[in-house]
Design a protein around this ligand. Sequence first.
Ligand code: SF4
Length: 182
Amino acid sequence: MLKVLVSACLMGRRVRYDGQAKTVEDNALDRWRAEGRLVVHCPEIAGGLPVPRPPAEIEPGADADAVLAGRARILTPDREDVSDHFVAGARAASATARAHGVAVAILKESSPSCGSLEVYDGTFGGRKVPGAGVTARLLAEQGVAVFNENQIAEAVAHLEGLERREDSESGAREDAEGRRER
Ligand code: SF4
């Protein structure tokens, strides 16, 4: 069964920097939970950061690829470099996804870890720029289809498409094996 990795804060866990959750209610999440498909994960906690913690942003002009390559940093407002925690969290999410057979991820938009379409611009002024967080980037790189909390319907359609393809491939394999045995 293909699994779905979901940001822990979207599932009601109070793991955000400010100690809060960003709970999303959605029938698809309930169904996936009942089916045993959900892998609930917070990369920043997995990377060793506490709750609460200072907010952090990718430094201005840089992107997730540069952070993952060690060429740019993720900083707090006091300019503490927390990049190592974020990169460790991204790697932990990537390993978790591999271990569980995750095909789809639903990640909290705009986070320097979980954002997939936009992130804060690094000035702590509340402005966002197109880009991704380090976990979203790493998961996408390994072939996980990443969606945000406003794209759950698209994630459902994508997962159903993947399962239809898997079913037809395994049907074709069984047909071929049946022909060989005859
Ligand atoms: Fe939520 Fe991701 Fe931030 Fe954890 S790292 S609190 S899962 S947005």
